[in-house]
Design a protein around this ligand. Structure first.
Ligand SMILES: [Mg+2]
Length: 169
């Protein structure tokens, strides 16, 4: 039951992921969540650190795609700014958007990692697609009201995953 919510890997934030490490692990494509992973929730402002990470990842040869449940205009703004493709209104954890992103990336699920801050959308959805799921704690505490409700249950799952030694503090 709880295994569907287990990330395969955990990182403090997106920019801590070494592109070289991802390539070494055999990954060619990376799907990245928008809110609280790439930018603070509800914003389109990208930090210089993140811009730099995206540049490095692209130079290293990784293909990137934003996959976000957010509305088109914000996802598009960030996608255009970073010059990476995007899938908006993704309705994660449903599979359709992940399939669309795989088609954009032209990678197989086993060559693809997905990074996101929510267990019930990013991690669950990625696991359903047999992608390598990477979980990061949210960048900011501001969130969609519905997300805040879901987070209460997520906290219980995170506690269980910590207890089982799957993720650390
Ligand atoms: Mg998010």
């Amino acid at each position: 039951m709880w295994k569907r919510w287990c990330p395969r890997y955990q990182v403090g934030k997106l920019v801590d992921l070494e592109p070289a490490f991802l390539l070494e692990q055999g990954f060619k494509g990376i799907m990245i969540d928008l809110d609280n992973t790439l930018v603070n929730w509800g914003e389109v402002e990208v930090t210089p650190e993140t811009v730099n990470w995206v540049k490095q990842a692209k130079t290293a040869g990784l293909k990137l795609c934003i996959v976000s449940n957010a509305l088109e205009y914000r996802v598009k703004t960030v996608g255009e700014l970073l010059e990476i493709p995007w899938v908006s209104r993704a309705t994660k954890p449903r599979k359709a958007a992940f399939k669309k992103a795989l088609a954009i990336l032209k990678t197989k699920p086993e060559e693809t990692a997905t990074v996101g801050d929510q267990i019930f959308t990013d991690v669950w959805g990625g696991n359903r697609m047999a992608l390598f799921t990477i979980w990061t704690p949210p960048l900011s505490t501001r969130e969609f009201f519905f997300t805040r409700i879901v987070r209460r249950f997520e906290r219980r799952v995170l506690k269980l995953l910590k207890k089982k030694g799957i993720i650390s503090e």
